[in-house]
Design a protein around this ligand. Structure first.
Ligand SMILES: Nc1ncnc2c1ncn2[C@@H]1O[C@H](COP(=O)(O)OP(=O)(O)O)[C@@H](O)[C@H]1O
Ligand SMILES: [Mg+2]
Length: 285
């Protein structure tokens, strides 16, 4: 018997499912709220109930990342590792690493001021998709189709001027059917996939109402998912792909804390069970 700890900040169905599966597999399972946990430089692993392995599942990426750094400080095995979370949580770092590993990904332009981004856009031409480097659920992702929209968006960024507003991540608009593909990998192995069909808009996030539909994992999807997972450093990941009319399958995103409640209803394999088993084997090795 092992002890698994699920760290959360908002208890979603996913965390409850993980807790239930761990108990049903005969392990000791604890749910731990990151928001009420305190740590200091003299803390020891024994002061806490982290067990043998932690699944870090905070909704807030930034909170989860910092929590992970304290777990690694205490030598508690945690999934995903800090390095993996850090890279996947930032679209610029993630995109660069995908490209460096020869994984097909949309052409993306980076600039570090609004003037420079505007200059690049004039050069490349509209449309391009702008994304905040940190964010999820499609928030702040928008197609820039003309100069007026661009100027409006850049102006707001200059007014807000938060650290992230100064990083311009602009991407070619992929011609694709109104859906994308989410593949869940556990230890570099794809275990389930779904199509996410847009409910009408440009974005296909389930959080925005996209319809999930089971997707058979083709050899090509499998290869891309395995390569992407390995490139990020492994763990439990959500690999997002688009079907480009010209270039075929391309990976546009790797997610660090993957949501799976919709997919779990239709997937053949038991997603939370696979995650728990992987976490436990990960520390037994
Ligand atoms: N380059 C692109 N071309 C076409 N559609 C895109 C592009 N980038 C993102 N999208 C759409 O927007 C959605 C959200 O973008 P994504 O990069 O996955 O950000 P998030 O992390 O917020 O989910 C994607 O699921 C996809 O439907
Ligand atoms: Mg996404």
């Amino acid at each position: 018997m092992s002890k698994v700890c699920i760290v959360f900040d908002r208890l979603r169905t996913e965390e409850k499912m993980l807790h239930k599966e761990a108990s049903e597999l005969g392990h000791d399972a604890v749910l731990l709220d990151a928001k009420i946990t305190q740590i200091n430089t003299d803390s020891n692993r024994e002061d806490y109930d982290f067990g043998d392995v932690v699944l870090e599942r905070c909704v807030s990426y930034f909170r989860g990342l910092h929590f992970t750094s304290s777990l690694e400080f205490l030598n508690v095995p945690v999934l995903n590792k800090f390095e993996v979370a850090n890279i996947c949580g930032n679209k610029m770092f993630m995109t660069l690493l995908l490209k460096k590993n020869n994984i097909p990904t949309p052409k993306t332009y980076f600039s570090f001021s609004s003037d420079s981004a505007a200059e690049n856009l004039e050069k490349v031409g509209f449309p391009l998709v702008i994304k905040p480097v940190i964010g999820s659920w499609g928030r702040g992702v928008m197609p820039l189709k003309d100069k007026d929209t661009m100027e409006a968006v850049f102006e707001i960024r200059d007014i807000t001027d938060s650290p992230h507003d100064r990083i311009y991540y602009l991407q070619e608009l992929i011609k694709r059917p109104p859906r994308d593909i989410r593949v869940i990998t556990v230890g570099d192995e794809p275990i389930a996939a779904m199509y996410r069909k847009s409910s009408g808009g440009f974005k296909t996030n389930v959080a925005l109402g996209a319809e999930p539909e089971i997707c058979e994992i083709t050899k090509e999807m499998e290869d891309l998912a395995v390569k992407s997972s390995k490139a990020m450093g492994g763990g439990i990941l959500g690999i997002d792909m688009m079907e480009d009319e010209d270039k075929g399958l391309i990976v546009h995103e790797v997610n660090n804390t993957v949501e799976f409640k919709g997919l779990a209803k239709v997937a053949q394999r038991n997603i939370p069970k696979e995650m728990i088993e992987f976490a436990i084997n990960h520390v037994r090795k």
